[in-house]
Design a protein around this ligand. Sequence first.
Ligand code: NAP
Length: 552
Amino acid sequence: MTDNHSSKAQPDCDVVVVGSGFAGIYALWQARQRGLSVRGFERGSDVGGTWYWNAYPGARCDVESYNYAYFFNNDVVREWNWSDACAGQHEIQRYLRFVAERCEVLKDITFNTKVIAARYDEETGLWSVQTSAGETIVCRYAVLAIGALSDPKAPDIKGVSDFAGEAYFTSSWPKDGSVDLRGKRVGVIGTGSSGVQVIPEIAKVAAEVYVFQRTANYVTPTAAGPMDPKLVAALREDPQAIRRAFRETFGGHTPLRMGDQRYYDLDAAERERVLQDAWDGKYIGLAFRDAYLPEANAAISDFLRQKMREQVNDAWTADHLVPWDHPYGGKRPCQSDVYLKTFNQAHVRLISLPETPIEEIVPEGIRTTAETIALDVIVYATGFDAISGPVFAIDISGVGGRSIKDEWVDGPLNYLGTMVHGFPNLFLPSSAMSPSVLSNMATLAEQQVDFIFDTIEWLDQHGRPLLHPLPVSQEQWREETLRYAQRRPGALTTKSWYSGANIPGKPRVFMVYTGGFKRYNETCYRELENGFPGYELLAPPRARRGEQVSGG
Ligand code: NAP
């Protein structure tokens, strides 16, 4: 199984799954259920993906635990007890371990092993997957469940390696408890969702905290708190009905609360009351039924700015913590009940980088255009090279030896967010042009993996072992993604990682399909029901005729 060459006519296994987050664990289980032989690879020492790596203090999911979970297995739904409506990182990782154990997929995973390359062999129609351990596995199908936010962005700041103190990334926080910030002077760069969660925790123990903010974000109340036993009981009654129902919604889950009145049906006083109710009820982003309209969005954005300012005592700090450059939702909004109030503490100071940019990181701290701030520790909450970053981290080549980097030189191009022309039988769940992070990622993981394995089953049943999308399908899908993005306030005008704008030189392509989960799911399954008209089905290569599925 470990031969170090790629021209074998027979595969070592049917499927290789890379990654063991929500999608990877479920993909391993699906492969086994369908009688396919499978190997899994994970660069971490345990399962969890995002929830393995982002182990920074305060890390938790702001999508509620009622929704952010698997539903494919009734026993899992009925046996697992969430301690909080917004579970913390540690608990979500434990949950994923529990599911992996329950599904008996741990034995299929090789941990502490990166996949470094994947090459398609045109003679055999097989993929050769190379690992950091020097192993090469030949397979029929490769599923790269590598996540959308798994490739940390290198800080593009002069002098990063000159700093004499300790430096940590939220995206790879040490898990051994070795980080001790007590009594230290800590600088945090970045105020996205990770920064907003970690900063209050750092402020609890550090002597001085300096928050280096380039762009302010909207921060709304969290739904954290005890689980509602009635809701839990309802989920457990018929998990499969819930699972089906999620796929009929726009976001891949049923919003627990949302406004039921339309912005244009209300007068000014009624709008204010509706906004206040939504703020109190923790669904401000969905305050109106038509919250997606620019005017409704502007009302929500104004209201939020006012609510955010009210939480901060110092006028200058309040003004600077409020986002003026983009509408609510243009960037991914943050949730915290304590972040803004953290700035009322005497030892916490905001540094506004548009006014006093960082010039350089120096051995003793961070030098801005105004001063040098002495630090013991720098925490980078600087985000990720989203979506295409993890794909490019693997040397992937397809038909004609073309690399995926070359194919995506002008930004990601694929069909239905899972497959790329010229890369037959390579599946990329949670990649570009899927509902991705603007949907419930747990539901998406199940939906995409179901679709991938339903596709594989179809191919096997029809004796057509190879499939890739037509170029025209990719063009149309990109256009459709763009068309929906145009309707989303701020989507195309805000500098955000949704469109690659956080990475210097990255092509600006809005990478998330916002046509809704229901439409996405229906489009995928329409392809399957109609025999894949948007794809090219290839005959078995000569070298593989007569091959049998190797079975699990
Ligand atoms: P992010 O949203 O991309 O935020 C990165 C931050 O670092 C931004 O404030 C950015 O400023 C700043 N930054 C980057 N480079 C900088 C530089 N050279 N100088 C100064 N500032 C710099 O990354 P993230 O906070 O890690 O979040 C990424 C995504 O992960 C989120 O959007 C969300 O989807 C997911 N997440 C989810 C949760 C959850 O609860 N479910 C929690 C954490 C993260 P600019 O805005 O000016 O670029």
